[in-house]
Design a protein around this ligand. Structure first.
Ligand code: AMP
Ligand code: MG
Length: 377
């Protein structure tokens, strides 16, 4: 069998020394569900045997293991090089898991789950003892999500256990959202990898904490504060994710433990360039010349609407992130990883409005830039 190759329109499986790889063709349709199921069985068995398997979700690729098996969860931290106080999210395929995994689940939490599941939303609830502290990162609460990705849902159903799955990147790096990126990042580090095309959202789930009085967003994502408010009324952002406040006050501690670590960082230096488009283009052009004198290769990430402005100003290494915030979210991590692979040393990025999914985009972009923002006046 060809290395990592497709076999017709269907499904192919490849073994190498460490990692079994299954590439499910994007062309597979609903009527092929049985084929998908058959090909996933041995991977679900790996989960039941306490092994690690990467699988596709609609947000980003997830690095999965049996979330109720302490030893299996431990392997996730090892594969990612992830600090052990950074909790994992449990992925389920049906609602009846909730009462088995959590208690004191409020009506608001139920309303949000019923509205947005399956989908890119994680709820934080009080955990029951069946969830090991290894999975919850030592916390008494647990993040739970029901993905909408069909392969994810079949896979979890076959394993018949909540699958703990953080993003399938080495800790600190951008989250893989394409088969190529996830295989090149994680091959050799996990027991199995299942791919099924690109992830449709491209950034991780919105995390909402329902253990306090007011639902609190710990991580912004595609389900926005406006969408949540329509269902449950008052919803607030955790202080630590407001980038402006965070920059002003070093003492704010992130409530989602993962948010305090350096994150989403490519090898290149990322700088967010903020200001009027034409002034930013001029600033970037001057910097690009300076950088090239130092032998540093420069790339620019921009909105599609500004693409031609760079071209008109004799800048050529320009990468459009998309025509709207949904496209930008989908392309952000993919582009950061691609630019790294192309050997850029410096990446200048335009900034994005906080509207809708823009809040989530800026949250990821600021972290990948280490909060390095150049204001151009
Ligand atoms: P990842 O799956 O790699 O996106 O990481 C999971 C994220 O969910 C991290 O930022 C965690 O800190 C956050 N998270 C998971 N469970 C909890 C929880 N019980 N309380 C707060 N944050 C959580
Ligand atoms: Mg992550």
């Amino acid at each position: 069998m060809a290395k990592d190759g497709f076999k017709g329109l269907g499904v192919s499986s490849v073994s190498n020394k460490d990692t079994e790889i299954l590439r499910i063709s994007e062309g597979l349709k609903v009527e092929d569900e049985k084929r998908i199921k058959d090909s996933l069985k041995s991977y679900a068995k790996m989960i039941n045997d306490g092994k690690t398997v990467i699988f596709p979700t609609e947000t980003v690729y997830g690095l999965g293991a049996d979330g109720l098996n302490e030893k299996a969860a431990e392997k996730i931290y090892l594969a990612k090089g992830r600090p052990s106080d950074n909790p994992l999210i449990l992925h389920i395929d049906r609602f009846d898991w909730i009462d088995k995994l959590a208690y004191d689940v409020s009506d608001k939490a139920w309303a949000v789950m019923k509205k947005f599941w399956p989908g890119p939303l994680t709820v934080v609830l009080q955990k029951r003892d069946v969830v090991p502290y290894k999975t919850s990162g030592g916390l008494d609460t647990i993040g739970i999500r029901m993905p909408s990705n069909k392969v994810a849902s079949i896979f979890i159903n076959l394993a018949d256990t909540p699958i703990a799955a953080p993003s399938a990147n080495i800790s600190g790096r951008p989250s893989p959202t394409t088969p190529e990126h996830v295989i090149s990042e994680m091959k050799g580090r996990v027991d199995g990898i299942v791919t099924w095309g690109d992830c449709s959202y491209g950034i991780e789930s919105t995390i909402v904490d329902f253990t306090g009085d007011t639902p609190t967003i710990l991580r912004p994502g595609a389900i926005t504060i406006g969408m949540l408010k329509e269902v449950v009324g008052d919803v607030v952002y955790d202080k630590a994710i407001d980038p402006k406040k965070r920059l002003d006050d070093e003492n704010i501690v992130a409530k989602a433990p993962g948010m305090k670590y350096t994150h989403y960082s490519p090898k290149a230096d990322v700088v967010i360039v903020s200001g009027e488009a034409e002034k930013c283009v001029n600033w970037i052009r001057e910097k690009t010349v300076e950088n090239s004198k130092k032998d540093l290769k420069t790339a620019v990430m921009c909105k599609q609407e500004n693409f031609s402005l760079y071209m008109e100003n004799n800048l050529s290494e320009i990468y459009s992130l998309g025509r709207n915030n949904n496209e930008v979210a989908k392309n952000l991590f993919k582009t950061l990883i691609n630019l790294d692979d192309m050997g850029y040393d410096v990446i200048y990025s335009e900034d994005f409005t906080d509207e809708g999914v823009g809040m989530a985009i800026m949250n990821r972009l600021l972290k990948s830039a280490g909060y390095n923002v150049q204001k151009v006046r």
